[in-house]
Design a protein around this ligand. Structure first.
Ligand SMILES: [Cu+2]
Length: 150
């Protein structure tokens, strides 16, 4: 059992590490694909997946650390992608308000440092999210917002 876990974890960690390295470059125009766990199964067209990148939305990075998202408030355009990068602690990126999950909203699940989670915003609107460790949200105020302009 342990060996199975090890063999599974190693490539995942390597992938996460390489993503962070790639993310640290200054150009946000070459998003990695396939890093989103499960929550975007309903998305049809991901503009960041275009081969030449010419019509890609912009990639925005938000750091996820102990009890904060940085920047906590982000203004983007429809078609842009937000990449959350875990830098410290164990946290989630969970869509919802008042520390309550929105049904069908995006959700990274719980992760630790070096994990990255991406979500492409295909519609205009205001999207609030929070850390789904209850006390992080309710006591530490770990919340964020993405405003998507049409
Ligand atoms: Cu948290």
């Amino acid at each position: 059992m342990l060996s199975i876990l090890r063999s599974f974890r190693a490539p995942v960690l390597a992938l996460a590490t390489s993503l962070v390295i790639a993310c640290s470059s200054s150009t946000p125009s070459t998003p990695a694909t396939g890093t989103e766990p499960t929550s975007d199964a309903g998305a049809t067209a991901d503009p960041t997946d275009t081969p030449d990148g010419s019509t890609s939305g912009t990639m925005h990075t938000v750091n996820v650390s102990d009890f904060a998202y940085e920047p906590a408030k982000l203004k983007i355009a429809v078609g842009d992608t937000v990449r959350w990068v875990w830098t410290d602690g164990t946290h989630t990126v969970t869509e919802g308000t008042n520390c309550t999950k929105k049904a069908g909203g995006f959700d990274s699940a719980r992760h630790t440092a070096a994990f990255t989670y991406e979500h492409t915003f295909d519609a205009a609107g205001t999207f609030d999210y929070f850390c789904d460790y209850r006390e992080h949200c309710t006591m530490m105020g770990q919340v964020g917002r993405v405003e998507v302009a049409p």
